[in-house]
Each structure stands twice: as C-alpha cells, then as structure tokens.
Design a protein around this ligand. Structure first.
Ligand code: KG4
Ligand code: ZN
Length: 410
C-alpha cells in the first residue's frame, strides 16, 4: 500500500510518500521524502519561534506536496496523471464547487493555505495513495494544527482515511528505514523487539522499554531540559548558530587534545543515579558560569569555543551512554535502538557502538541513517503504516491534535 505522510510538529515541513508491504517482515520503499527546513528563519532568534514556524508551514506545505508528488517514482501511467495540467472544466463541476466550500471550512484558520491548496486541486489529479498519515503530537500546538488541518483537507478531497501518528513513536520506528549497524537488511528480518530505546531530540530525552511494537514503558526521562535543548542553549551561550547540536559537533571536531588546554571540566548530571532519569539544565548553568568567569579575550577565542564544545558534547554523550547501557544490562535486553535528532551526532553513534561491542557484545544496536534521525515525514509514514494495519484509521472529522501526547503505556 501507499502512504502519504505529513510532519509539521516543529520547524521542519515534511511530506513523504512510501510504499509498504508485509507485517511480520515489514518492508518499505521510499518514493519521495521532502523536508523543507526553516533553520534560516529561526537562526535569528536562536530557537524556534512558534508563530513564525506556523506561518512557514502554511507557506511551505503545498510546494512541498507538489515536490513530493513529482519526485515520487510513480509508474509512467500514474506520473501522467500527476502532470501539471489545467482542468478548466473541473472548476465548473458542481461537485468540485461543493467540495471547495467544505475545504474552505476545514482550513478556515489557515486561509492562505486554503487558497494555495485550491489552486493545487484544480491542477492535479488524485494520486494513487491509500491513506494519509499525520503527526498529531507531541510538538508545538500551532504547528501541529497546520499539518493536521492540511491532512484533513487532503483526506476529504481525495476521500482517503487518515492515520494519526505519535512523533516520538515515529522516531523509534525510523529504524525500519535503514540498515542495522551490523549490516542485515531490515526487510529480511522480524521485529527487533524487545528493545531498549533511547530517544534524544530537541524536546525529549527518554529511555523506553519496548516490549513489542506499540507496547512501550517509559523507564526514565529528563527532569528538566532535553539533550537537544542543552546543545541548543549552550551553543547560544557560546555565540554559535541554531540548531546548536550540529554547531557544537562542528566545533568539537576541530578541537585537538594536543592543543594548550584550558582545563574545562563540566559535570555529568545524574550519571550515577540509580534511576533512568536525566537532567541537563545544570550542565547548561555550568557552561554559563564558566563562560562568565572567562576573560573577554579567552571566551572569544577559537581555542575556548572548541574545547568547550568538545566538553559539552562529551558530557552529554557520557550520560546518555551510561544510562542506556545500564537499562540494557538491568533488563537483560539484547537490542538497543537509538532515535531522534541528537542521534545524528557522529561521536554519540561511534562511542555507543564501541561501548556495546566492548561491554555487551551480544547486543545489537539499531541506529537510523542520519537523515532519518532528524525530523522527517518518512518515519511518520512507517508509523502510519503500522497504525493502519492495527486498524487505527479515522475519517477526517475525527482527528485532532494533542501537543502533549504521550507514548502508549502498557
Ligand atoms: O528530532 P529533532 O529533529 O526535532 C525534535 O523532535 O525536537 O531534533 C532536533 C534536535 C535539536 O536540538 C538539534 O540541536 C539536535 O536535535 N541535533 C543534534 C545534531 N543534529 C541535530 N545534536 C547533536 N549533534 C547533532 N549532529
Ligand atoms: Zn523529532
């Protein structure tokens, strides 16, 4: 079956089209996966500004949809259907006009998006898609609503079911989009559960026990800032660009231990605590204190920025790895899954694989390819497929947003 997925929970507008088959041995083919990033816009503010993000989603969704449809490797015959041709006669059709009225109602909170989508519907035929998957939470509420209303409009116009998706669960299931670390093709394998999963993104840091697909237990989570948030906030203190994770990683890579050391030592909060919780706000405060006490000349120097970046990155990695290993050992679980934007960090990937090989070599580790770690709609499609198979499809009026959506506990 074919799924068209929409992701607008934060500052990335994503639309993907995937083909999916099988359930015990699921296989996915990505026909297209378009992500329009708003980084340039949010850079100025040093973080995501929800009203701005919402406006950008309204602006981007229709162009991203057109690109996703064009990029998708549909068969020749189907591609012909999608060619941008005008259908002047359709505009006058009574059913089209009636649909137009309803569409305006669905998108009454997004009038500009409504106008753009109407033009789109006048020019494009319905593609061969079986359902629409969309992120309903957690995330920024105004942003989630734009995506959900857009999904409702598409589902209504094309007469398709909608499948709601939890953004965090989608980060976990992104592992179905890549190869596992040890090289087996995922299509040839059953579910990699039970597993311990570390989710680290801009808004979440959670250790989750996955008993089976859809059966999750949160073992621990951050008590204050998320790991990604810590990267973003400390990068801002150092005067680095948003998003902070990649900026800190770049600076840390330039750091050489042989350089003259400033002896920066940051805390590893809660690293020895007996639970699986995290805390990163103290780390941010420690960076701020160190920054404040340095001379103007020092804190502007490349040496300081690089050494501090390397130490921030290592402090975060140390805590993440320690707690993940502890959970895997305590629960005697032989599979570790990583997901979320922070997992794009090369040092985190390298160091956790090394530690697993050394300390628990019979444990497998699944890490999605970097582009499926950060927000994207392909992972929403994968999750949408599993939800569809579980019978969780809805008709367009029955779907809503939950900005604080939790992962299903069982
Ligand atoms: O999953 P994601 O794309 O969006 C959310 O759901 O939050 O994660 C974004 C977070 C940001 O905080 C960003 O700084 C961080 O992931 N991030 C990284 C890297 N790339 C993105 N953190 C560390 N190293 C990276 N290479
Ligand atoms: Zn995310």
């Amino acid at each position: 079956m074919r799924i068209l997925a929409i992701e607008t929970s934060c500052d990335d507008t994503g639309i993907a089209i995937l083909e999916a088959k099988g359930l015990k041995r699921p296989g996915f083919r990505i026909l297209s996966n378009i992500v329009s990033s708003q980084i340039k816009i949010h850079k100025k503010w040093g973080g995501v500004y929800p009203t701005l993000a919402k406006r950008e989603h309204q602006k981007n969704l229709v162009p991203v949809l057109s690109r996703a449809l064009k990029r998708a490797k549909f068969s020749k015959q189907e591609a012909q259907l999608l060619k941008r041709v005008k259908f002047p006669e359709r505009r006058k059709e009574l059913s089209f006009l009636r649909k137009t009225k309803e569409l305006e109602k669905i998108l009454e909170r997004d009038p500009r998006l409504s106008k753009r989508l109407l033009i789109f519907f006048k020019e494009y035929q319905k593609p061969k898609i079986d359902c629409i998957a969309v992120t309903i939470g957690p995330g920024l509420e105004p942003c989630l609503w734009v995506g959900v209303n857009f999904a409702r409009a598409l589902a209504y116009f094309w007469n398709l079911p909608i499948v709601p998706v939890n953004h965090i669960e989608a980060h976990i299931l992104a592992i179905f989009l890549g190869k596992e670390v040890k090289g087996l093709r995922l299509e040839n394998r059953n579910y990699p559960f039970p597993a311990i999963c570390l989710i680290v993104s801009g808004g979440h840091t959670q250790l989750i026990l996955i008993k089976n697909l859809g059966k999750y237990e949160i073992l621990g989570e951050t008590r204050d800032d998320a790991a990604g948030e810590c990267f973003d906030k400390t990068a801002r203190i150092l005067g680095l660009d948003y998003p902070g994770g990649p900026a800190i990683e770049t600076e840390a890579t330039k750091y050489r231990v042989s350089d003259v050391k400033l002896q920066i030592k940051l805390p590893r909060p809660m690293i020895f605590s007996k639970d699986y919780d995290f805390s990163f706000s103290g780390l941010k405060t420690a960076v701020l204190y160190d920054f404040k006490k340095r001379k103007q000349k020092t804190k502007k120097s490349k040496q300081y920025i690089r050494e501090m970046a390397a130490e921030i990155q290592q402090a975060i990695i140390d805590v993440l790895i320690k707690k993940t290993m502890k959970a895997a050992k305590d629960f005697r679980i032989k599979t570790i899954i990583l997901g979320g934007g922070v997992v794009a960090n090369k040092e985190l990937r390298r160091q956790i694989i090394k530690r697993i090989k050394k300390e628990i070599p019979d444990t497998k580790c699944y890490i999605p390819p970097t582009k499926y770690c950060t927000d994207n709609a392909a992972m929403i499609a994968v999750n949408g497929y599993f939800n569809y198979k579980k019978g969780e499809k809805k008709s367009w009026p029955d779907i809503s947003v939950n900005a604080n959506l939790k992962i299903t506990q069982s």
